[in-house]
Design a protein around this ligand. Structure first.
Ligand SMILES: Nc1ncnc2c1ncn2[C@@H]1O[C@H](COP(=O)(O)OP(=O)(O)OP(=O)(O)O)[C@@H](O)[C@H]1O
Ligand SMILES: Nc1ncnc2c1ncn2[C@@H]1O[C@H](COP(=O)(O)OP(=O)(O)OP(=O)(O)O)[C@@H](O)[C@H]1O
Ligand SMILES: [Mg+2]
Ligand SMILES: [Mg+2]
Lengths: 256, 256
């Protein structure tokens, strides 16, 4: 069985890519076959795994717009049990090109179905918007995992995001469930961070992960080495937080 | 004379809104008549100035899509010399609606021209993307101010952003110039931050502001009080950094 998890939040810089990369790496370390699917034109997930494509190399753009079979764009990474379907900046044009395609919200879902038999987890990293790329991610997914930065704007955007998820559940993907909300860049010394944690736990007691990802410079440094934090500094707070998030995620699935 | 400055960077969470709001407030404190123009559907600049619109109140959506004269959407704020043209989440649909409009990249430029005689500075806060809303901002502007977070992904996205600016200069707005790059969320204790600072200064010696905006919790807290940091904690590092950025900006203009 496989689980497709979309990592989404239209607020920028909240830790979507950092969560997608490090959670995928932690699941792979637990010997789960994992695919990271990058649908952000910035291609930050791809470069975090040391993959920098040329314009003519197959990527998620070719899969969504030209109908290339997804497995022809998937490539192995330097890390065991972790494969990548990379992105490229040429995807910037896809939002407008998708508008003209029939069933435009289902392009990714159709591409992902055949991949399910090869992976136990497929994680989708989204751009910071609620446009057609993110809608494709929400429509293709079984569950949605929402990184929440421990800051004020994070709370403002949350209502909008949950409204969008409800709309997607109603019209595009009735099977979509909440995987959960995870607090990121948490600095326990700051009042603001503690306040946001209380608010999120108060409003979403069912959906908030126990695991909190702390602010930790190793997580910010790791992408410049082209590797997840667990392969750079396995005992760092950041690497440990994502290992614990992976364990919590897998434990939930066993219960399901 | 008036100067329209677009604050843009497709990378999310780099400090576009924080820079737009606090720079506008610092210019207003220097008694320059200032307008903050929020073209991000998240409307974070609007809420930072304590403006939360209902769906039927005039906002930038009505100006761009229905041709409402911009001055009918402009409203005063609680802060002297600082006016706001607010945004609203309904702007999310504008990216797709603008595709069908003739001269879609010039919608904002046309709306802004009549406002020039009332303001010395017009600052435009953009969403985290290079879509039609940001293109409208770049086409309407005299200069572009780019916040750069002192982190790895910031450098990756910079080339793409500068390519887009060059394209806009060639095809949509030949008068567009670089106002400059400003380092944000700078923590001098971190190697990563110092490395990014060296790289940016090495590659863009002409365009990098001397002023660096340090990571400072007052800047993150201020939006929850609906006021710029200078009105919450005037002696904080964050407020002082934006005052110094405003002085540097005004000094450049006097030289020009
Ligand atoms: N827990 C953390 N501790 C320290 N730095 C972090 C942490 N999580 C993320 N970062 C850094 O913060 C920045 C923003 O994170 P990231 O790029 O993952 O967010 P994002 O939501 O994917 O951004 P975008 O909206 O642009 O896609 C990056 O420079 C990243 O390295
Ligand atoms: N210098 C700073 N020190 C501390 N916190 C900061 C600083 N600048 C911004 N922040 C905080 O970091 C987060 C991201 O900043 P901000 O929202 O201004 O970025 P943005 O580029 O406008 O994001 P988006 O891409 O979503 O529009 C916010 O919670 C903000 O309060
Ligand atoms: Mg990202
Ligand atoms: Mg913003």
């Amino acid at each position: 069985i496989s689980r497709v998890i979309v990592i989404a939040n239209q607020k920028g810089g909240v830790g979507k890519t950092t969560t997608a990369v490090n959670l995928a790496a932690a699941l792979a370390v637990a010997e789960k076959r994992c695919l990271l699917l990058d649908i952000d034109p910035q291609a930050n997930s791809s470069s975090s795994l040391n993959v920098h494509l040329e314009r003519d190399e197959p990527c998620v753009y070719d899969v969504l717009i030209d109908g290339l079979p997804a497995e022809q764009a998937v490539r192995p990474t330097d890390f065991a049990h972790l494969a990548l379907l990379p992105s490229h900046i040429k995807l910037v044009g896809a939002e407008i090109e998708l508008v003209a395609i029939a069933e435009r919200e289902y392009a990714l879902k159709k591409a992902v179905e055949p991949l399910r038999r090869s992976y136990e987890y497929i994680l989708i990293d989204c751009p910071p918007s609620l446009g057609l790329l993110t809608l494709n991610g929400l429509t293709a997914a079984d569950t949605a995992l929402i990184p929440i930065q421990s800051e004020y704007f994070a709370l403002e955007g949350l209502t909008q995001l949950l409204n969008t998820i409800r709309l997607v559940q109603k019209r595009l993907n009735p099977a979509l469930e909440m995987e959960g909300l995870v607090l990121t860049m948490f600095d326990p010394r700051l009042n603001l961070a503690r306040q946001v944690r209380e608010e999120v736990r108060k409003f979403f007691p069912q959906h908030t992960f126990e695991t909190i990802v702390h602010r930790n410079v190793r997580l910010a440094e790791a992408p410049s080495f082209g590797r997840p934090a667990i392969y750079l500094a396995a005992s760092s707070q950041g690497a440990r937080d994502y290992l614990s998030l992976a364990e919590e995620l897998m434990a939930r699935q066993n219960k399901a």
